[in-house]
Write a protein that binds this ligand. Structure first.
Ligand SMILES: C[S@@+](CC[C@H](N)C(=O)[O-])C[C@H]1O[C@@H](n2cnc3c(N)ncnc32)[C@H](O)[C@@H]1O
Length: 330
């Protein structure tokens, strides 16, 4: 039997482009402006921000390629810690148009039992439409659900919560994490790569550790984060080709942008976290590479790899922000 072919970012991009065909550019631009204003404003809200098809089409075309790439990076980092594992069941909480379901299919190709929960019906409807481009999402359930103290979840291998914690009250965030912790074997949380996003990720990390989970990525350990609160924030970067809507609205010459995100993958599986991870963009100087590492001690340390290190130096020159260090054997 042939191995299942993963859907690509390209498949997603073309599915999103067709969505915009029936949305006049002016209306798309207005919907994007409204979304940006809402997301900058005081959240959480009492009712969905994504109100109608125009809002959701704009969200999907404008943000979904970026949230997809961020979640995909986080899942790939986690997958390396459990190389023989594939989730058979996945629940995407606050899944919206399903970016994380695409990221899961891309990381672990093949069919699985998928449930997407969100309170915005238009988001679920468009998510279902876009998912028609990925045959492995054929049987996914798109369920209107409110995340609050009444939320219950069936047992599941993997829960993703991507770009959602920001929209919840502190109390709903805590309840959600407790509910997720009792239902899932693995939980992957992704938030914007801002100081606030990092703070929410660390709160989630602490709560999941208290519930008996171990951290598989990005941290090399499950001890406290070595970053002194308020001095820095742990985040990473994923390259995203700019969507057709970006180009239509913003114009400009750059073919891509970099999505900054913070994440944590917590699991009850016997995962093997990386010995260390590169937590800043490596600095390449003449004859040397400076790497900022988070290590198992736990500690943050800058190491300098020079030409004298031979093959390791060559590897350091190819190493990117977010990679494992030392590099894994191919
Ligand atoms: C920024 S979007 C992220 C969507 C998707 N997870 C992604 O990564 O692209 C936040 C999603 O959370 C949903 N959401 C926010 N608060 C919610 C709540 N209390 N109950 C259910 N869904 C909620 C919104 O409707 C929206 O689809």
């Amino acid at each position: 039997m042939n191995a299942p072919v993963p859907p690509s970012a390209e498949t997603l991009r073309s599915a999103l482009a067709t969505l915009l065909d029936d949305l006049p550019p002016r209306q798309a631009a207005q919907a994007v402006d409204r979304l940006i204003a809402n997301y900058r404003g005081a959240t959480p809200t009492d009712a969905p921000i994504l109100r109608d098809r125009a809002d959701v089409a704009a969200y999907a075309a404008y943000r979904m390629p970026a949230t997809f790439e961020a979640v995909h990076s986080a899942l790939e980092a986690f997958a390396r810690t459990v190389p023989d594992w594939t989730p058979a069941t996945h629940t995407d909480v606050g899944g919206g148009t399903g970016a994380a379901t695409w990221a899961v299919s891309t990381t672990w190709p093949g069919e699985r039992d998928v449930t997407v929960l969100d309170w915005a019906e238009p988001a679920l409807a468009i998510g279902r439409e876009i998912a028609a481009a990925d045959p492995t999402l054929d049987k996914a359930r798109w369920q209107r659900t409110r995340i609050d103290s009444t939320l219950t979840l069936d047992p599941t291998d993997l829960v993703t919560v991507s770009y959602v914690l920001n929209e919840l009250t502190a109390r709903d965030r805590a309840t959600l994490l407790d509910t997720v912790a009792s239902a899932a074997r693995t939980v992957v949380i992704v938030e914007p790569g801002t100081p606030d996003g990092y703070t929410r990720v660390i709160e989630a990390r602490d709560r999941l550790i208290a519930a008996g989970f171990r951290i598989a990525a990005p941290c090399p350990h499950s001890a406290a984060c070595p970053i002194v609160p308020g001095t820095d924030w742990c985040h990473f970067s994923a390259r995203v080709s700019r969507s057709s809507l970006h180009r239509r609205i913003k114009g400009g010459s750059l073919a891509y942008e970099d999505e900054k995100f913070s994440y944590v993958a917590a699991t009850r599986l016997p995962a093997t976290p990386a010995p260390a991870r590169v937590v800043r963009k490596p600095q390449i100087r003449k004859g040397q590479v400076l790497l900022d590492l988070c290590e198992t001690d736990p500690s943050l340390r800058r190491t300098t790899i020079t030409k004298r290190h031979g093959d390791l130096y060559k590897a350091a020159r190819d190493t990117e922000w977010g990679d494992v260090w030392p590099p894994e054997a191919p």
